[in-house]
Write a protein that binds this ligand. Sequence first.
Ligand code: ADP
Ligand code: MG
Length: 701
Amino acid sequence: MANLSLITPIEYLKGVGPQKADVLKKELQVFTIGDLLLYYPFRYIDRTKFYKIQQLHPDLVGAQVLGRLISLQEVGEKRSRRLVGQLRDDTGMIELVWFQSITWLKKNLKIGSAYIIYGKPIEFNGQLSITHPEMDLYNSQEKKVGNMSMQPVYSSTEKLKKFSLDTKGLQRLQQTALETVFRTLQESLPNYILERHQLLPYPQALVAIHFPQHVNDLNAATKRLKFEELFFIQLRLLRNKQLNTQKYKGHRFDRVGDKFNTFFTKRLPFPLTNAQKRVVKEIRLDTNTGSQMNRLVQGDVGSGKTVVALMSMLLAVDNGYQACMMAPTEILANQHYIGLKELLGEDICTIKLLTGSTSAKERRILHRELEEGTLDILIGTHALIEDKVKFKNIGFVVIDEQHRFGVEQRAKLWRKNAIPPHMLVMTATPIPRTLAMTLYGDLDISIIDELPAGRKPIKTVHFFESSRLRMFGFMRDEIAKGRQVYVVFPLIKESEKLDLLYLEAGLENLQREFPLPQYKISIVHGKMPVKDKDFEMQRFVKGETQIMVATTVIEVGVNVPNASVMVIENSERFGLSQLHQLRGRVGRGAEQSYCILMSGNKLSKDGRQRLQTMVRTNDGFEIAEVDLRLRGPGDISGTQQSGVLDMKIANLASDQAVLTEARATVIEIFNEDPSLSSEKNRLLVDYFNRRSPLFNWDKIS
Ligand code: ADP
Ligand code: MG
């Protein structure tokens, strides 16, 4: 067994061999002994807890019982051949049943002896039994309870089980692996950090996570390993951030000029909220440091991110640079363009729109103006990042609703200038803190946590199908008051046909309830040509139609202040953040607004919780947290490419405290020792030298 270490291929571990190695690789991506040790148990059975036979019931996932084996009998023939034992304690009797290893069991089990058994109680013909229980002879002299108090359970697959790699088999392998490489295990965190945070040394933690002797062991090991995992992710992110600032000189915006001031004093139709002021100031300071800014602005729907973006762009223009703003859809780019143009008026600076629908002729003019520098601000879709689009001097880039843009796209914008422009990323809705720290951990974060004054909170109700007529009545009342209504249908890619059916049936229904000529309805869905979409949108924006029936194309950014009711059909089929975004389309004017969540009678537990959350709160930050808890980070957009999902033990939904601690520690370390040159941080440098990057973001910088 000499010379085996963490990086030794798994087939060399005793008890593995080529076949088992093969399934381990295919099923669990375990290639080395180190990989195996990183395959942690997903839960533990508390072997200190005993059940009396009378307390057993089929809802238990597993139970441990101390009893005496009073009989053992082979029954049935051929395929129904089985071994049946009877276990008794002072409260009753239960049957134990085995279909395999019958000969061996008959020889080894001792009738009349006391056993500690473990297994899942099942009910069959009204009788409780346990199939294939684990059997441990009870040794009263040693007062030993099995051999562990917390028994690890590893998740396994059918294929693994074929090679005896069920939870027991995996447990045995882990034991061999630990014994084999224990002496080579090295600490990865500096001593002073272990001490300061009272963390177990690595080898000890690794043993305890696989074979905890006590629940306290397990807790200490879990804490240590979570801290380590999150610590190194943060170390990498903050290291990238630090390198960016050192490597990239940034444009220095050292003055607030005429354009910014004219806009602020003459054009701005409302006072900024304190949160908006604070964020504009953060951006102003950050663009005047001589380093490139990379900032994320988080704000709830309707918190007024756009005007913050505009003022930042004016700051760039005042300092002699161009600016651009990129939106994820054509509709949204359009609306930004129209809105910003109106806010700016004619004389502050030049602004144009570039999307897939821009004609070749317009494009040629626009390209020329960009290169000559006569165009100050460009709004657009991802058409902006095409290589043909060249700026004379781009100084500031805004990405609206970032999570739809890949990291690669962000990078393309950087390369549009010798000195990379300042980057401002705006989220559509808030994302949970832990996710922000991990997905955008290399960005600075600004938060707009205040809505403009005078907004009336949207009232949200949940209606079942049986209240449909009431809902129609309510729509009629609101329309009679001169307001407009959205009715949104779900759109789920896998079943476009079905979705269209829903939409058509729903539409027919609406047309019957709201007939011409009294009522007019706009329809927008994903399959329509952009021109028709725009036309329909515009009819609604201008108030020519009272009802807008749509699939989720209106999800992002659309602004119609006179719309006061949002009806969401099949609302149980939407995710929380989507529901919140949709709701954010109303409540933009002075009137009281409403959101009506329609759903079928049958709701899943998650579905019910989503709708209840929507009814309970309007706070996007709170909703984002619930969303993370319900779905886990895997389903939240933007996480797929980020490495968040590769976490072995930490969980962004529940480990906020550890994450905050880890990040604060890393920040402290960089403040004290920016180049990690002090001896006590040597292990951290080793980390960078040893590991392949967790995140590919290095490439971008
Ligand atoms: P979001 O943050 O969702 O992008 P918007 O920037 O679209 O929000 O702003 C929503 C609406 O609120 C717009 O009509 C905008 O003009 C308005 N608005 C923004 N800031 C203020 C403010 N300080 N006071 C009043 N209205 C504001
Ligand atoms: Mg917006």
